[in-house]
Design a protein around this ligand. Sequence first.
Ligand SMILES: *Cc1c(COP(=O)(O)O)cnc(C)c1O
Length: 358
Amino acid sequence: MNLRTPGPTTLPPGVQEALARQMINHRGSEFRDLTKRVTAGLKTVFQTENDLLILTGSGTGGLEAAVVNLFSPGERVLAVTVGVFGDRFARAAQCFGLDVARLSFPMGSAADPGAIADALAADPSITSVLVTHNETSTAVTNDLESIARVVNGADRLLVVDAISSLGAIDLPTDQWGCDVVVTGSQKSLMIPPGLAMVSMSPRAWEAAASSRIPSFYWDLAAAKKSLEKGVTPWTPAVGLFFALDAALEMMLREGLPAIFQRHRRVAEYCRKGLKEAGWELLADHERASNTVTAVKVPEGIEARLIQTILRERDGIVVASGQGDLEGKILRVGHLGYVDVPDLQPVVEAFGRIAAETR
Ligand SMILES: *Cc1c(COP(=O)(O)O)cnc(C)c1O
C-alpha cells in the first residue's frame, strides 16, 4: 500500500529493522547512550539549544504536557486556530480550567499575525499564545515566523503545535523565539506513533515553576531531572527509541536544508498535478502546506467512494476530512519518507477518477 495519510507515515526499511531489535535495560548504560544520542539529534532537528524532552504518548500527550506544566486554572491564553488541531489544543487548555480566548480563521486560510497582535494588545491579561504551525486538517501552514515576532514583541509565551511540520518544514525554534515546541513521532520523523517531543525555553521553565495544575505522568520537570541521568521517569517506549535513532541518523545524513527542499518539491508536484487534473484545493495557495494537500470533493460525489477506489484499484490510502470537513475533502500526506515518485501514482489515480466522474 502507498500510505498517503498525514501520519502515521511510511517507515523506511532501516527503521523497520530497528524495530525488530531485542529489548534492553532502560536503566542501563546502553539506553543512557541512546537517550543522549537521540536527544542531541532531536535538538538539531528542532534547531534549538533549549531542553528537549521525549515523552511516551501520542502527539496530543505532548500538547497536554505543555498545558499542565505551563499554566494555572483561570489563566487567560489566546488559542489561535485554523482547523481541527487548533481547536483540539484550545480544548485541551479548556479541559484544565484555563480561560481560553479563541481566535479562529476560516478553513483553508492561515492565521493573520496582525489580528493576533490586535488581540494581544486589546487584552493584557493574556499570558500566552497557543498556535498550530501546520494545520493538518486543512493543509495550511501558518506564518509562524511573523506570529512569533508578534508574540515575542508583546512579551507573551509562545507554545507551538509542530506535530505535522517539524522535520519537514523549516522551524528554527531558537531563532524565531518559540518557547515550547511539540511534535510527535509518526509524522515527519518516520517512526511509528507513540512518542511526543517537547522543547522548553528558559522562559517556559519560569512559567512552569508557578503552574498550579498538577501533573504526574506528564511532569516535565521530572523528565528534565531524569534526563540529566540519561533516563526517563517512567518506562519509555524503548523500541521507538531504537527506531528514532535510525530515523535521526537518516535525517542528519540528508541534512535539514535538503529535507525541507524535498518536501517543498514533492508538495509542489502534488498540488500542480492535482490542479491540472481538475481538482480544486482547499488551502490558500500562498499558505499551502508542504506536508499535506487537501482536495475538495465535488458536490454529488461520495468522498468515501473515492477513498475506496484509490485503495482497491490503485493501492493508495488517503485520509478523509475531519470535523466539519468530513465528506468534503480528502487529504494526501506527503511527509517523512517520501519523494516525487511516491506521489506520481497518486496524481495519476486522481486524474483517472476526475476523468471518470466528469
Ligand atoms: C497528528 C497531529 C496531532 C495529533 O497527534 P496524535 O499523535 O494523534 O495525538 C496534533 N496536531 C497536529 C497538527 C497533528 O498533525
